[in-house]
Design a protein around this ligand. Structure first.
Ligand code: AP5
Length: 215
């Protein structure tokens, strides 16, 4: 199954994509995670992406399109994949269409997560990540068993640089200006599956599984 998770920052795309990746045993491809990893390791791509990410702007289309094109050719994508955070502009969606045609694949569902701005800001403000394995937590809604330490590997948790309030508002503006038009784009292609993103993480996971089963 080839899927896209669409939604504003903090909507729960990464959380749900990760759970679904385990359920379906197909890879989660997060452009945000790939870019953060490049920034951390100081690759030329990471150096280029850092200033955009720190300011809450989108990284140029050609950078992320190149990342996804290379990643989709991985052997682990042969049974399917979950795109998390890509595409984020109409130009990226058009580029994805072309690359999938070349690869003889197509998207089956676009899971569009909807959450109001107030809740998004609360979620982003409390988000914490494991510095080693990358697992995500929330200080209120999904806390680790031991404060500031990962349940999976015991490493320390940190707050993402772009999760500060000022940067968060810029990320939301970018979403409404550049990414939200994709709702109509995929609706016209009859691929859009709206998923109300408020509620318990497990309940939302069940909602997604039901939508995929019913399709
Ligand atoms: P990226 O890493 O993709 O960030 P984002 O889209 O802003 O999304 P987030 O990771 O903030 O949120 P999410 O929806 O995954 O929510 P999560 O599950 O973590 O991108 C970062 C940057 O990289 C961009 O700003 C841009 O610069 C660049 N970039 C990436 N892709 C790009 C592209 N394609 N083009 C150009 N630039 C690109 O959940 C958030 C928190 O809420 C967590 O703490 C979680 O535990 C909690 N939570 C989740 N679900 C629930 C729930 N149901 N109830 C309560 N809490 C919940």
């Amino acid at each position: 199954m080839n899927l896209i998770f669409l939604g504003p920052p903090g909507a729960g795309k990464g959380t749900q994509a990760n759970l679904l990746s385990e359920t379906l045993n197909i890879p989660q491809i997060s452009t945000g995670d790939i870019l953060r990893n490049s920034v951390r390791t100081g690759t030329p791509m990471g150096v280029r992406a850092k200033s955009y990410m720190d300011s809450g702007s989108l990284v140029p289309d050609e950078v992320v399109v190149g990342i996804v094109e290379e990643r989709l050719q991985g052997a682990d994508c042969s049974r399917g994949f979950i795109l998390d955070g890509f595409p984020r502009t109409v130009a990226q969606a058009d580029a994805l269409d072309l690359m999938l045609t070349r690869l003889g694949k197509q998207i089956e569902h676009v899971l569009s997560m909807t959450v109001d701005d107030e809740e998004l800001l609360t979620r982003i403000g409390g988000r914490r990540m494991c510095e080693k394995c990358g697992k995500g937590y929330h200080t209120l809604f999904d806390p680790p068993k031991i404060t500031d330490h990962c349940d999976q590997c015991g490493s320390k948790l940190y707050q993402r640089d772009d999760d500060k309030v000022e940067t968060m508002r810029k990320r939301l503006d970018e979403y409404y200006q550049k990414t939200a038009p994709l709702i109509q784009y995929y609706s016209q292609k009859e691929l859009l599956r709206p998923i109300p993103g408020i509620g318990d993480i497990k309940d939302i996971q069940n909602r997604i599984v039901e939508v995929l089963k019913g399709s």
